[in-house]
Write a protein of this length. Structure first.
Length: 80
């Protein structure tokens, strides 16, 4: 995350958390180790929200560019 970036955090009872940021990315973290597991790139403006789907296999992100994207949580591949 770049200096001055605004970050939002969504935590669930799991070692994985997802953050959204004004640096145009969302990131998946291991909350136990602090390691970044995935960086989700593809939005054209700040990522304002990110959350895991209930089954935790997908991540939904929403951006100030007016788009929402669905990602595979295991690979970081943009599905839509």
């Amino acid at each position: 995350v770049g200096d001055g970036a605004v970050v939002s955090l969504v935590a669930l009872p799991s070692p994985k958390v997802v953050t959204s940021s004004s640096d145009l990315t969302a990131k998946v973290w291991d909350s136990t180790t602090g390691e970044c597991l995935r960086t989700l790139e593809g939005h054209g403006d700040s990522v304002r929200a990110a959350c895991f789907c209930p089954d935790r296999t997908r991540i939904l992100t929403a951006s100030r560019d007016g788009t929402a994207r669905l990602w595979c949580a295991d690979t970081g591949t943009c599905m839509r």
